[in-house]
Structure formats: structure tokens, C-alpha cells
Design a protein around this ligand. Structure first.
Ligand code: NOJ
Length: 546
């Protein structure tokens, strides 16, 4: 496989609303990000994925766009964005824009026109269907954000499709004019020198609503190929598709370089492993650890040189991993956060760090609906109340899976509002910011931040981490995840205790190896039996050649 610049890159996701406020209106903004670029340089990342900063009524915090070519005044101006691209470039950092083209906002000009009449030229930019004879919705398609995916426009007595909120009408990709508008818009951004696109729910653009097909529709790859030809195919950029239900086979369709589609996929198979199969994400169970090993090994083994994957634990839709699958108590927060990081950053693929993950930020439990901002969570709450769930049940789901958990303001220091803003923040901070913040972490040699820096450095310095083969050992072990990476005659062994309970590991090779990194700092391998403490993780270079 031809090597690409993004093979050894590390991406950092910024949720702009919560990163850094520069004008004290309580909302993070572009100038705030610029102010923190040196921090990101210190961390060592190469790419920033910027969650949407476009004009938006914020029904879904920017994922409902009313003008793709204008910056939301909450975040600043187009000049600020250009400055961000420039200032980032000076530091060798590229900006990945979020491309949200499954839907627009209902306040987008196209939709406002479409609402005017059935024969408006923009009507066919969206997906309309007549009611059934009894007046009901055209079919039983559900919105990801609860309830039917169809909303009635009373004036024309037709339903429009919205896979997300009713303020996010789905675009009609069958219409070549829609596709052309989108490609023109993408070229507008590419000409500004961006580093590429993160493509929001791109797997849904080929939907066939009448057949209840939402993802992986028959024309999906035809559209992506066309998009590639019409836009980013001419540029050396990174394109990453958010593809919830991809399998390795599907991932190869997107990311096999010979097919001229995308650089990589961003798939979530591991994320669902604490959910009850067939139920909504809110119905959780204990993490299926053997399942986790099976899933990661499958992805590591099956893509070969015909595909590329993203590696992540967190993003703005997923709660904090250290709280959910690690242990965020004062005793284990640091070691468990480092263990999860070790696991991920030693795998093949492109690692993504979500803001605050690098200092081990935790979930923020809430007890009342007034504390919640996220539309998905609010809709879930209302739905479950109407279905008779108890408040306790609902909040237990929300505190485990709600998206606000990862969206709270960044914790820079222990001053008021953590240095995020001097005003009232748009969403309350996690009160633990007095203890857990960037300032403390940057000063410490043993902090999570310093550990992330070291992991990023390892990737930069060792092709084995980027391109090496993967081999899992002990697939049946219920507590240890052990794998090897090997490349050009060198082998590394990664031993991770995923749990608080101590355990042992016997491996003659490890005993003779040298320790490259470990999350306790004082790990030792001079015994034939390794004693692994709570969440201990050790990476060895072993003296064996493959
Ligand atoms: C996926 C995004 O990551 C999420 O935040 C958003 O709500 C939906 N797509 C709809 O755009």
C-alpha cells in the first residue's frame, strides 16, 4: 500500500463550543482555538477535526447547518477560520472540516424554499412522500433521535424525511442538482487549504426510504466516487467517513486506495459492546470483553492493505471511556486512562483523541432534565417518561450514554470556569476541574497528558506502530488483552490488564524483552511471572525475530 501522510498522523477532535472562549460570551470560538494551538503542538497532534462551525440554529449543536459557506457568529468570522487554517499550518497542523450532507437545517434557504410549494425548484432537494390513505406516515422509519422519521408539512399535506431531528430534513441525493451544490461547496472549502473532511453519517446518503434502507444503500459508493472525482480527488487530503454499521468488507469498499473513495472509515463496532443487542443504545449491560477482543482483532486482521481504519474511544457522541469502561475514581483514573490509551495507540490505524481525553476527563452525572442540553437525550427522556420508565432508570441510562458527558467545557486550569470562559458557560463544567485540568497535567511527568505525548512520539518514531502486523495472544483470557506487533524483523508485545483485579501473565519472551512504555512507570519484568496491577499496561520490545 502506498504510504500516505495521514498513515502516521494523530487527529485531535475539537468540539468548538466547548474548547476555549475568547470573547467571554460563554461559548468556545475560533480565536479561542488559535490561542490553544501551541498546546496542541506540545501534545504532538497533526490534524484537527473541527466539529461544525457553520451557520446553524443549533438544534443539534451545529449538525443542523443553515449555511454551509458561512461561519456561525457564535464561533467568529470567515477571517477567523482562515487565520486558524494559517496558524495551524505554521505549526504543521491541518484542519479537517466536518461535512454534514445527509441533511441540512430546516432553516437552510433550500428547505425554506422547498416548503413554499410542491413545484418550487428546491422541493426536490428533500425527500417528500404523501401520507398513507389513513393519513399516517409513509412507513415506519424511525428517527435516530426518537419517534417517526417523517414529519408532516401541513400546508402541502406531505411528509418529509428526517433521520435525525425534525429540524434536520434529509437531502435527496438522487437529485443531481443537490449533489452538484454539495460538490461546489466542498470545493469552496478545499480552495481555502483545508486538510480534508470528516463526513457525518456518510453511509446514509444512498438511502432508499421506501424500502426502509437507511445505511449502505445501493448507490452509496457511486455517489462517493462521484464526490471524489468532483472534489477532493484532486487534493492530497484526508477524508474520513463516519460509517456506523461498517464491517471490514464494507470498510474496504470505502477505503481501498484502488477504489478512489475515502482515506479511512470511522466505525463503531466496539462502542456498542456494552449495549443489549437489538435494543437502543440506552439499554446497557456490562462490557463484553471477549467481544471487544474479537472485534478489534477482526478489524486489525481483515483490512490488510485494502483499507484503513480510525482508532478511537471517545468523541462528542460517546461518553468518556475512562468513566464507562475504565475507573474514574481518584485511585484508578490515571492508570485506567493510560491503559486505554496504550491499547489504542499501539494499534494499526489513525488514532483520534477527543478534547479532554488527553487529561482523562470524566463523565458528569446529572439528576434533572434542566441540566441537559443535547437534543437526543432530551427526546429520549420525553419518550421514556411517556412510556412509563422511572426517573431513576432514565437517568441511569442518560448518565451512562448521554452525549453531554463529553461535551462539557474543556478544563484548562483551576481558575473560575477552568479558564474556559469568564462568563456563564453554555453548558456547566464538570466540577472536578479544580483537580483535573491541563495546567496540572502539563506540569507533571507522570500525568495522562505526558503519557499521551509519549505514545504519540512512539508512533512518530516507529514504523512498526504504523505499519506493523498484528497478532493477538490469549484470545480467551477474560481480563488480559495481549497482542504483538511485528515489522521488519522487530516484535513488540503489548500486555494490558483491562480490569481493577490484579492478575499474572507468564511469558518467557517478555522477561527477556525491554520495556518501552508502561502506565505505572515502575513496571518490571525480571520475574518469570509478570504480576499485573490494576489496569497495568506494559509494552515490551522482544528479542525475537519474525
Ligand atoms: C453524527 C454526529 O456525530 C452527531 O453529533 C449528529 O447528531 C448526527 N450525526 C447528525 O448529524
Amino acid at each position: 500500500m502506498e504510504k500516505k501522510w495521514w498513515n502516521d498522523s494523530v487527529v485531535y477532535q475539537i468540539y468548538p463550543r466547548s474548547f476555549q472562549d475568547s470573547n467571554n460570551d460563554g461559548i468556545g470560538d475560533l480565536l479561542g482555538i488559535i490561542k490553544r494551538l501551541d498546546y496542541l503542538t506540545d501534545l504532538g497532534i497533526d490534524v484537527i477535526w473541527l466539529s461544525p462551525v457553520y451557520q446553524s440554529p443549533n438544534d443539534d449543536n451545529g449538525y443542523d447547518i443553515s449555511d454551509y459557506q458561512a461561519i456561525s457568529p457564535d464561533f467568529g468570522t470567515m477571517d477567523d477560520l482562515e487565520e486558524l487554517i494559517e496558524e495551524s499550518a505554521k505549526r504543521g497542523i491541518k484542519i479537517l472540516m466536518d461535512l454534514v450532507v445527509n441533511h441540512t437545517s430546516d432553516e437552510h434557504y433550500w428547505f425554506k424554499e422547498a416548503l413554499k410549494s410542491k413545484d418550487n425548484p428546491y422541493r426536490d432537494y428533500y425527500i417528500w412522500r404523501d401520507p398513507l390513505e389513513n393519513g399516517e406516515t409513509p412507513n415506519e422509519l424511525l428517527s435516530v433521535f426518537s419517534g417517526s422519521a417523517w414529519e408532516l408539512d401541513e400546508k402541502s399535506n406531505q411528509y418529509y424525511l428526517h433521520l435525525y431531528s425534525k429540524k434536520q430534513p434529509d437531502l435527496n441525493w438522487e437529485n443531481p442538482k443537490v449533489r452538484k451544490e454539495i460538490y461546489d461547496m466542498m470545493n469552496f472549502w478545499l480552495k481555502k487549504g483545508i486538510g480534508g473532511f470528516r463526513m457525518d453519517v456518510i453511509d446514509t446518503i444512498g438511502k432508499v426510504p421506501d424500502e426502509l434502507i437507511t445505511t449502505n444503500g445501493p448507490k452509496l459508493h457511486e455517489y462517493i466516487k462521484e464526490m471524489n472525482r468532483a472534489t477532493f480527488g484532486q487534493y492530497d487530503v484526508l477524508t474520513v467517513g463516519e460509517t456506523w454499521g461498517a464491517t471490514p468488507e464494507i470498510a474496504k469498499l470505502y477505503s481501498d486506495p484502488a477504489r478512489n473513495e475515502l482515506s479511512m472509515v470511522f466505525q463503531f463496532e466496539h462502542i456498542g459492546l456494552d449495549q443489549i443487542p437489538g435494543k437502543p443504545k440506552w439499554d446497557t449491560k456490562e462490557l463484553d470483553f471477549i467481544g471487544l477482543k474479537t472485534v478489534f482483532s477482526k478489524w486489525q486482521n481483515e483490512l490488510g492493505d485494502k483499507g484503513w481504519n480510525s482508532l478511537f474511544w471517545n468523541n462528542h457522541d460517546i461518553p468518556r471511556i475512562v468513566s464507562n469502561w475504565g475507573d474514574d475514581s481518584p485511585e484508578y483514573r490515571v492508570v485506567s486512562a493510560k491503559m486505554f490509551a496504550t491499547f489504542l495507540h499501539l494499534l494499526k490505524g489513525t488514532p483520534y483523541i477527543f478534547q479532554g481525553e488527553e487529561i482523562g476527563l470524566t463523565n458528569t452525572p446529572v439528576t434533572s432534565i434542566e441540566e441537559i442540553d443535547d437534543i437526543e437525550t432530551i427526546n429520549l427522556y420525553n419518550e421514556r417518561i411517556s412510556e412509563g420508565y422511572s426517573n431513576d432508570d432514565i437517568f441511569s441510562s442518560i448518565n451512562k450514554k448521554g452525549r453531554d458527558n463529553s461535551r462539557r467545557p474543556m478544563q484548562w486550569d483551576n481558575s473560575n470556569n477552568a479558564g474556559f470562559t469568564e462568563a456563564e458557560p453554555w453548558l456547566a463544567l464538570n466540577p472536578d476541574y479544580k483537580k483535573y485540568n491541563v495546567l496540572n497535567d502539563q506540569k507533571s511527568e507522570t500525568s495522562i497528558f505526558t503519557y499521551y505525548k509519549n505514545l504519540i512520539h512512539l508512533r512518530k518514531e516507529n514504523e512498526l506502530v504504523v505499519y506493523g502486523q498484528y497478532k493477538e495472544l490469549l484470545p480467551e483470557d477474560k481480563q488480559l488483552y495481549v497482542y504483538e506487533r511485528y515489522y521488519a524483523g522487530e516484535t513488540w508485545l503489548v500486555v494490558l490488564n483491562f480490569y481493577k483485579k490484579e492478575t499474572t501473565y507468564i511469558d518467557e519472551k517478555a522477561r527477556k524483552g525491554t520495556i518501552i512504555i508502561s502506565n505505572y512507570g515502575d513496571s518490571s519484568n525480571n520475574l518469570s511471572k509478570l504480576n499485573l496491577r490494576s489496569f497495568e499496561s506494559i509494552v515490551f520490545k522482544i528479542n525475537e525475530h519474525k
